[in-house]
Write a protein that binds this ligand. Structure first.
Ligand SMILES: *[C@@H]1O[C@H](CO)[C@@H](O)[C@H](O)[C@H]1NC(C)=O
Length: 227
């Protein structure tokens, strides 16, 4: 028997609500979606006025305000997994991009535009530390400096390099040593200490891995050039 127009309309409504609910369940079960930004329909009868899915830049826990850049830095895990750097949703360095190396991984970003200027990794175990010293001395004004360690950032460290990092706002560069974990975001002509720094000493009593401390992860919002 053919459905009357009335029951066909009801059927369509039921199908619509069913689709809505299954979509919601699907989105909910999808890891990494930020539920806080999804408005749920008020069940039957009301069509959602707005379904907005906002995924934060670099997967941050909460989005950055206007005029701030989102960033996330991870140091390497022991000598096994390389570090990664995300800035404004752009992965600058990572094992997948195959542009990280043991030692210190450093990216330079224009503090006004957020454009990546340079990135490089410096072998601090057997490399030539004057390469890093030259790199740091040539950082242009108003540049953000992102740093992530991998395996050993300390063996070839020099006092001159420590001083250059300290001038970028680092508190821990002066004690950086063999196999320490370090993530840091500083800036050229920063007049104070950067709030964006984490450091773990290589210490057999507290190391997470055999021979290395735990990897470090740091995320945050850095203001567009206000220094
Ligand atoms: C950064 O961007 C600003 C604005 O475009 C530009 O004036 C400045 O020269 C850039 N700095 C560097 C080091 O590229």
């Amino acid at each position: 028997m053919a459905a009357s127009p009335r029951s066909a309309g009801l059927l369509r409504l039921v199908a619509f609500v069913f689709a809505l609910v299954t979509t919601w369940i699907f989105i909910r079960s999808f890891d990494g979606f930020n539920m806080k930004t999804i408005r749920l329909p008020r069940w039957l009868g009301s069509v959602p006025k707005e379904i907005r899915v906002v995924k934060t830049k670099c997967g941050l826990n909460k989005p950055c305000p206007d005029n701030f850049f989102a960033f996330k830095l991870s140091s390497g895990a022991a000598n096994v997994v390389g570090p990664s750097m995300c800035f404004e949703n752009h992965v600058i360095m990572s094992p997948v991009k195959n542009n990280v190396g043991r030692g210190l991984n450093i990216a330079l970003v224009n503090g006004t535009t957020g454009t990546v200027l340079r990135q490089n990794s410096f072998d601090m175990y057997s490399g030539d530390p004057t390469l890093l010293e030259k790199f740091l001395k040539e950082i242009p004004d108003s540049t953000l400096v992102l740093v992530a360690s991998y395996d050993d950032p300390g063996t070839k460290m020099t006092d001159d390099i420590r001083k250059l990092f300290t001038n970028l706002g680092s508190s821990h560069a002066k004690q950086l040593g063999f196999r320490d974990s370090w993530v840091f975001l500083g800036a050229k002509d920063l007049k104070s200490k950067s709030p964006f720094e984490q450091f773990l000493k290589n210490d057999p009593n507290s190391n997470k891995y055999e021979g290395w401390p735990e990897l470090l992860e740091m995320e945050g919002c850095v203001p567009r050039k206000v220094f």
